[in-house]
Design a protein around this ligand. Sequence first.
Ligand SMILES: CC(C)(COP(=O)(O)OP(=O)(O)OC[C@H]1O[C@@H](n2cnc3c(N)ncnc32)[C@H](O)[C@@H]1OP(=O)(O)O)[C@@H](O)C(=O)NCCC(=O)NCCS
Length: 170
Amino acid sequence: MTSSWTTRPENAGDVAAIRDINLAAFPSPHEADLVEALRADPQAWLPGLSWLAETPDGDLAGYALLTRCHVGDSPALTLGPCAVKPDHQRRGSGSAAIRAALRAAREQGENLVLVLGHAEYYPRFGFTPASGYGIRPPFDVEDKYMMALAFNPEQPVPSGVIRYPAAFGV
Ligand SMILES: CC(C)(COP(=O)(O)OP(=O)(O)OC[C@H]1O[C@@H](n2cnc3c(N)ncnc32)[C@H](O)[C@@H]1OP(=O)(O)O)[C@@H](O)C(=O)NCCC(=O)NCCS
């Protein structure tokens, strides 16, 4: 684990590097294509919620994306893809990018984030099973993989079925 990751939101010059991170992290181009489809969808893409973690010499290693989804009719965010270049994995850059994206979302006034992913990984950021809030995905998946994070416990959390951006194809 290194603490020397710098995080920053993507800028216009990062598009190809973000594609490369996703191509390297996942076995197929699906996630790289998904990021580009989301970026092209103004209903899904929110400025300032696509985050990179880089080394001190500017090597882009980790990536995390939050886009707009809904729970019923209420706005929420969906986290993903999260991706780290294989030669940098398990050294903290994924966590750094995710924490930075979540912090930015909170600062932008968002309250609810959903993630479908590794049940051993996302709880460290505060995610718990979405079923605890009465939130369900529009597909069958084991409960523990569909997780939710509400920043402010005082604020009501909507329940219902998640509506993903069209790019997710669900
Ligand atoms: C998953 C991923 C984003 C994590 O980022 P990272 O920088 O490698 O991980 P970090 O250094 O931030 O965190 C390390 C921790 O994550 C855990 N972790 C990493 N990959 C994991 C995986 N596939 N499943 C479960 N836990 C995982 C490690 O076990 C480690 O846990 P520990 O702190 O308890 O030892 C990255 O490994 C990756 O891109 N993997 C391939 C693509 C992928 O699976 N993306 C996520 C889809 S849900």
